[in-house]
Design a protein around this ligand. Structure first.
Ligand SMILES: C[S@@+](CC[C@H](N)C(=O)[O-])C[C@H]1O[C@@H](n2cnc3c(N)ncnc32)[C@H](O)[C@@H]1O
Length: 243
């Protein structure tokens, strides 16, 4: 608990909730769950215990993805967001690129409820789909973007994250690599000729995710990229022009 968090709780709490909210903060509940919202890419998103609190890195993922999207020749894009959680990626991309069709998938009904509310609150038209990643997805896309669960059961994780954030949003089998592998294995069927795949990854997973990209997308461009702190946090696979 720091001064900034106390200030935030004071600013966003109703008068009658202030005392109990400050107590929750003292007990360790993340400030975003206490006030029920978070600022992400300049917009307000509702969050509760059923969704991951959107992180700064994910704002970077979106910024970088937008730079790649500028290189696509296709004008009316279709984007697929796998593991949408609060809907922060899908909704932000729709707001930044209004002339785009966005489909957002999650396996958690509770997360989809929050994502739908956020789409309404931000006036963004998104198609939400309850699906185990690509299982019920149909159609082809210019962009597949995902910040899937990627923490290995054996990884050391901040106590507060483990205690309060949904485990379904955090952990993945196979050393945290399960979803990268399962998405890449199936992704060809869901991509247009020119495409971008954009992943957020764990900082120690770069080499392995590049290995998977080479296994399933040999001959395509593969770019492992760092966040502002110099950690490997993003993987892009793309094919922008046949010529
Ligand atoms: C790391 S969170 C990302 C949430 C949000 N996209 C963000 O960046 O803040 C991963 C999300 O994947 C969802 N998820 C977990 N397993 C899934 C599956 N098999 N199919 C679809 N979504 C899944 C979780 O419910 C969670 O919302």
């Amino acid at each position: 608990m720091n001064e900034k968090e106390i200030e935030y709780v004071k600013r966003y709490s109703k008068k009658e909730d202030l005392k109990s909210n400050l107590k929750k903060l003292e007990e360790g509940l993340p400030v975003q769950y206490i006030v029920g919202n978070v600022d992400f890419y300049g917009r307000i998103f509702k969050v509760n215990k059923n969704v991951l609190i959107p992180r700064f890195e994910t704002e970077e993922l979106i910024y970088k993805t937008l730079q790649y999207i500028k290189k696509l020749s296709q004008q009316k894009l279709s984007i697929l967001d796998l593991g949408t959680g609060s809907g922060c990626i899908a909704i932000t991309l729709k707001k930044e690129l209004p002339n785009t069709q966005v489909i957002a998938v999650d396996l958690s009904d509770d997360a989809l409820l929050v994502a739908r509310e956020n789409a309404k609150q931000n006036d963004a038209e998104i198609t939400f789909l309850h699906s185990d990643m690509l299982e019920h997805v149909t159609g082809t896309f210019d962009v597949i973007i995902s910040n899937p669960p990627y923490i290995a059961k054996t990884d050391e994780v901040d106590e507060k994250v483990i205690k309060y954030e949904p485990h379904m949003a955090l952990f993945a089998p196979n050393d945290g690599l399960y979803f990268y592998q399962s998405i890449l294995k199936e992704a060809h069927k869901f991509l247009k000729e020119q495409f971008i795949i954009a992943f957020e990854i764990g900082e120690a997973q770069g080499e392995q995710v590049v290995g998977l990209a080479n296994q399933f997308f040999a001959g395509c461009n593969i770019s492992l990229e760092k966040d502002m702190q110099g950690r490997d946090r993003f993987l892009f696979i793309f094919q922008l022009d046949k010529n």
